[in-house]
Design a protein around this ligand. Structure first.
Ligand SMILES: C[S@@+](CC[C@H](N)C(=O)[O-])C[C@H]1O[C@@H](n2cnc3c(N)ncnc32)[C@H](O)[C@@H]1O
Length: 313
């Protein structure tokens, strides 16, 4: 289906979103807050419009999508951009090592993936400890009148505009159905937590027609191994102790696929330096701890443009 709409995809987006698509992209890029030298994975990147925005400050962006047609259009459009590389890949089976990316993001793609929870687990696996994930997706406006107006637009307005703007208007019927079937903001946040992300929060855009969700992969603690195991220590990691009682340091899962997949993907450690705020109420307009990027381990510091006020947690 995406191969069929690839040629006029961006133009159709602009028309159907009534110009809001650009604002949503800007907000997504701010939430990811890419920095020069960082490695960012843009999943379901389509023609790479979102990737170009992410690469603007000198981050290296891998634009992954499973549609050959979308990728081909993207490769042509972004040919002059040295910071973007396109990879044909399925979001539920990413061809990347564990702990590879500083940030993983997906815009208007998670809803299209047959098994979105499997995709979130993959996002978690390939994100570095301390790294972040940002999901931009259509969502559920909290206010009933907005919800009703939006439902009417999806049913009656959008098909008319799709006929005018798209090379394949029938494909946009699917858009309406998939938006209506998509989970609410708290439900998606719960999926992200299930996948292992910490401090998950979201921010509504355009009255909740779209929502940005963001979370962090907890830092793994690498405590130095003691010279000698304490006499009363009863803890074991299942490995034999050495003759002196010294134990090998806890190891982080390494890059290798596929064996690394099975272990490193599991949520485990809490961040070493920060307390999780998941599940706690947060202010809706200010940068609370739930919205602050984790500086330890990423070398990143908070900037106001990257904050997502959390709502409904
Ligand atoms: C609506 S487009 C979004 C494109 C782009 N992120 C944007 O914001 O313009 C959805 C994209 O998801 C891709 N997609 C759907 N399922 C996928 C999967 N399992 N793995 C990778 N890409 C997928 C489609 O090929 C399509 O390019």
């Amino acid at each position: 289906m995406f191969d069929e709409v690839s040629t006029h995809y961006d133009r159709t987006n602009t028309v159907l979103s009534m110009g809001n698509a650009t604002l949503w992209r800007v907000a997504t890029t701010r939430a990811v807050a890419p920095r020069a030298g960082e490695k960012i994975l843009d999943v379901a990147a389509g023609t790479g419009t979102s990737s170009a925005s992410l690469a603007r400050n000198g981050a290296s962006v891998v634009a992954a999508d499973f549609s050959h047609g979308m990728i081909e259009v993207g490769r042509q459009r972004q040919a002059a951009n040295p910071f973007i590389s396109f990879v044909q890949a399925d979001a539920t089976d990413l061809p990347f090592d564990d702990d590879t990316f500083d940030a993983v993001t997906i815009s208007f793609g998670l809803r299209n993936i047959v098994d979105p929870k499997a995709a979130l687990a993959e996002f978690y696996r390939v994100t570095k400890p301390g790294g972040r994930v940002v999901v931009c997706e259509f969502s559920r406006p909290p206010l009933a009148p907005v919800r009703a107006g939006y439902a009417a637009y999806l049913r009656y307005g959008m098909p008319v505009l799709a006929r005018l703007a798209s090379s394949n208007p029938a494909a946009y019927e699917y858009l309406m159905e998939s938006i209506e079937a998509w989970p609410s903001q708290p439900a998606l946040a719960a999926w992200m937590r299930e996948a292992g992300f910490d401090r998950v929060a979201w921010r509504n855009l355009t009255a909740g027609i779209v929502a940005l969700h963001r979370g962090w992969k907890p830092l793994t603690v690498h405590a130095p191994a003691p010279e000698k195991a304490p006499a009363l220590a009863k803890w074991t990691d299942g490995k034999p102790a050495t003759a002196t009682g010294a134990r090998p340091p806890a190891t982080k899962s390494t890059a290798g696929k596929p064996s690394a997949k099975s272990t490193a993907a599991r949520p485990a450690a809490k961040p070493a330096t920060t307390k999780s705020t998941a599940g706690k109420p947060a202010k809706s307009t200010t940068e609370g701890p739930a919205a602050a990027p984790q500086s330890a381990g990423t070398g990143a510091s908070e900037d106001s443009s990257s904050a997502i006020p959390s709502e409904g947690e």
